[in-house]
Design a protein. Structure first.
Length: 390
């Protein structure tokens, strides 16, 4: 039953992940329907991310003592409301409100989904459980956008949110009926919860997350122009390649979870970052051999999603009594890293007028993440080796 519930929670992760990503595939349709510019419609993605990043830590702190069942069900219920607001949005302002509701609820669901899955399984299966949740998010990248575009072509962009809301209602029903009562974090104020960041292993671990996301976003934000301008792929091939990368990302999340269980979270973090840095370092060298580049990009995408479950497991191990709060801070760091990486990628394009060298910039950021991992693991060993006061 617990394994089934982990898969149900992962399906919910797929739905909230799809809500974040799907707008990028239908942004032109939304702009035309609501009569706004493409640039303004693009801010719908920003509104979601800011709500996700800013709202999640505060909401997690406020609900820290609630049972995980209550928080998960509440987050899904609010997510359904946000989806219905999107369906009823006939002006830009209402749709922005919908994105804020969806972003906040998705952030809370994501954090509690990871920590709840970890508590539903035995200690030697925590990595696999977290990897299953990560698989839901990576599947949203692989399938969510193409399915959303197809639904929008058939019934209009509002139908996407109607489908997401309806499927979420099924998840809500199952969680209310079958999910056991899982205790929340230890009772503590928001200020006292912030003291967990004084743990050097956690603060340096957050730096790993930041640099890994900067690395990912530098290239991922500009992956379409890289494939079309540098590898000369057409639009048909572009869609197939993006689907392929999504599939490899989904496989990577499973490998990352199982690897963290077998070899340890720290070793998996280091291994995935090494693979990221090496794969990206060779991409610009082999641009005259597109097949080789595609293989390297597939390895890169797998390594990106290998890192996430291992990092989440690492944070849970470092602070089991405040795991939800630490995971919420990490999600904010992730969105900050994505923003910084996208900005750095844009600055590089403006400076050198090409995306050819973006893989090298991304590789450099991954190496900085690797240095942060070495620091964090060293600090963790020093902390664990301290004698306990009598």
């Amino acid at each position: 039953m617990n394994k089934f519930l982990v898969y149900v929670i992962a399906l919910g992760a797929f739905l909230v992940g799809a809500a974040e990503l799907v707008v990028s595939g239908v942004v032109s349709a939304i702009a035309g329907d609501l009569g706004v510019s493409l640039a303004l419609a693009g801010q719908l993605v920003t509104a979601f991310s800011l709500s996700f990043a800013i709202g999640t830590p505060f909401l997690i702190a406020l609900t820290s003592r609630w049972t995980r069942k209550k928080v998960l069900a509440g987050a899904i219920a609010v997510y359904i409301i946000g989806s219905l607001v999107a369906v009823a949005s006939f002006n830009y302002e209402t749709l922005i409100v919908s994105r804020i509701i969806l972003g906040a609820s998705a952030g809370v669901y994501t954090v509690v989904a990871i920590s709840s899955a970890a508590k539903l399984v035995s200690p030697n299966r925590i990595g696999a459980a977290i990897g299953t949740i990560a698989f839901g998010f990576s599947a949203a990248m692989a399938l969510g956008v193409p399915l959303g575009v197809a639904i929008a072509d058939w019934w209009g962009w509002r139908a996407i949110f109607l489908v997401l809301g309806a499927l979420s209602l099924v998840i809500l029903f199952i969680l209310l009926r079958l999910l056991p009562q899982i205790e929340g974090d230890a009772q503590a104020s928001f200020r006292s919860q912030l003291t967990v960041l004084s743990n050097p292993a956690i603060s340096s671990g957050l730096l790993i997350s930041l640099m890994a996301c900067v690395s990912n976003a530098v290239l991922l934000t500009y992956i379409a122009p890289f494939l079309t301008d540098i590898l000369h792929m057409n639009n048909v091939a572009l869609g197939g390649i993006m689907l392929m990368l999504g599939v490899f990302g989904a496989l990577g999340s499973r490998i990352g979870g199982y690897g963290a269980d077998k070899w340890g979270a720290g070793q998996m973090i280091v291994g995935s970052l090494v693979l990221t840095a090496l794969a990206l370092a060779f991409v610009p060298v082999f641009t005259m051999a597109p097949i080789v580049v595609l293989v390297l990009l597939a390895l890169w995408m797998s390594s990106v999603f290998m890192t996430a479950p291992a990092l989440n497991m690492y944070f849970i191990q470092q602070s089991p009594r405040s795991s939800n709060f630490v995971l919420s801070i990490n999600l904010s760091i992730i969105h900050l890293g994505i923003s910084l990486g996208a900005g750095a990628g844009g600055a590089a394009v403006n400076a050198i007028d090409t995306v050819l060298y973006h893989p090298w910039f991304a590789s450099g950021a991954a190496l900085l993440g690797l240095a942060a991992a070495a620091l964090s693991l060293s600090l963790r060993r020093k902390r664990s080796s301290r004698p306990v006061a009598q």
